[in-house]
Ligand binder design. Structure first.
Ligand code: AMP
Ligand code: ZN
Ligand code: FE
Ligand code: FE
Length: 281
């Protein structure tokens, strides 16, 4: 089973990178990608826990925003971690998430919710990318909501009056930077409309022109119709179609390996990277 999109506690997942590797081994995953939000800080620990029979694909789920304000997640896989431009972009996004969190908190405070930045930061693992799920965890701790799901549906979703976005590069610029770093770019859950506005089918033309390699087709946030449409778009552009879990440990219902990528699609994707960077022991 090939699962190309998972999160650890280095972003908003709840398993450490090492625990994630152990779970992947126990679930008979054969190829696993670690794709924490806007960071590669979990890579070393993941590699250290690797065992035979599991191929590790190192990557990141990069937050992007289109010129008209639509949030897009781009999976960058198999890129050079020493590429300065890409790392600078990720660092800028991570830093910007702090000011953005302060602004969301201040909006919540004005509405009477008593929550502070230090309470949110207490939910964050060392070195992890800060995100709304950590705010959700702090709201759970204070008894204001019962779960991350409730926190998002009641207070933290993208259309909420408390919502503030953070700096993000455009999807096209992100694809160019991933490709310049030798990696491959797969757009994550492009039609997941529960999260907010999504890109139109026409936007794929500019993403492909920028170098897009694949589309995450099979994902729990897509309907059957959306999957069929995305599979057609991928085939029309000669792109790779992937399926993945977007596993977050206990942070979401998504189960490791609940959607997978075929061997043929994975081999096609890997062949589009500049170097063979899959890690195996
Ligand atoms: P942020 O990156 O800070 O804007 O937060 C977005 C992240 O929150 C997404 O990448 C998801 O991992 C997570 N998320 C979004 N909706 C939910 C939800 N309903 N329940 C749990 N986590 C969610
Ligand atoms: Zn996440
Ligand atoms: Fe995502
Ligand atoms: Fe994700």
């Amino acid at each position: 089973m090939i699962d190309l999109h998972t999160h650890s506690s280095i972003s908003d997942g709840t398993d450490t990178p090492g625990a994630l590797i152990n779970k992947a081994l126990a679930h008979d995953i054969t190829v696993l990608a670690l794709t924490d939000h806007d960071t590669i800080a979990g890579w070393d620990e993941a590699v250290a826990y690797l065992r035979p029979n599991l191929d590790l694909v190192l990557g990141s789920e990069i937050s992007c925003q289109t010129q008209d304000g639509i949030s897009v997640h781009m999976l960058g896989l198999l890129f050079d971690p020493l590429d300065q431009q890409l790392q600078q972009t990720l660092a800028q996004t991570r830093e910007n998430r702090y000011g953005r969190m302060e602004r969301i908190i201040s909006r919540l405070n004005q509405a009477g919710f008593e929550i502070s930045m230090s309470e949110v930061l207490a939910q964050l693992s060392e070195g992890a990318t800060l995100g709304r799920p950590h705010l959700a965890d702090a709201l759970i701790e204070k008894g204001i909501v019962k779960s991350r799901e409730e926190a998002f549906s009641e207070l933290l979703h993208n259309h909420s009056k408390y919502y503030v976005s953070h700096y993000s590069p455009t999807p096209e610029e992100t694809i160019r930077q991933i490709k310049a770093a030798g990696g491959v770019a797969v757009i994550a859950h492009p039609f997941a409309s529960l999260r907010g506005r999504t890109i139109s089918s026409e936007t794929f033309t500019t993403l492909v022109a920028a170098g897009l390699d694949g589309i995450e087709v099979d994902h729990r946030d897509h309907s059957q119709e959306q999957r069929e449409l995305l599979r057609t778009i991928a085939a029309d552009f000669g792109l790779v179609s992937t399926g993945s879990s977007d596993y977050h440990g206990n942070g979401k219902l998504n189960l490791l390996g609940e959607f997978t990528t075929s061997i043929a699609q994975w081999e096609k994707l890997e062949s589009r990277a500049r170097e063979r960077r899959v890690v195996r022991v």
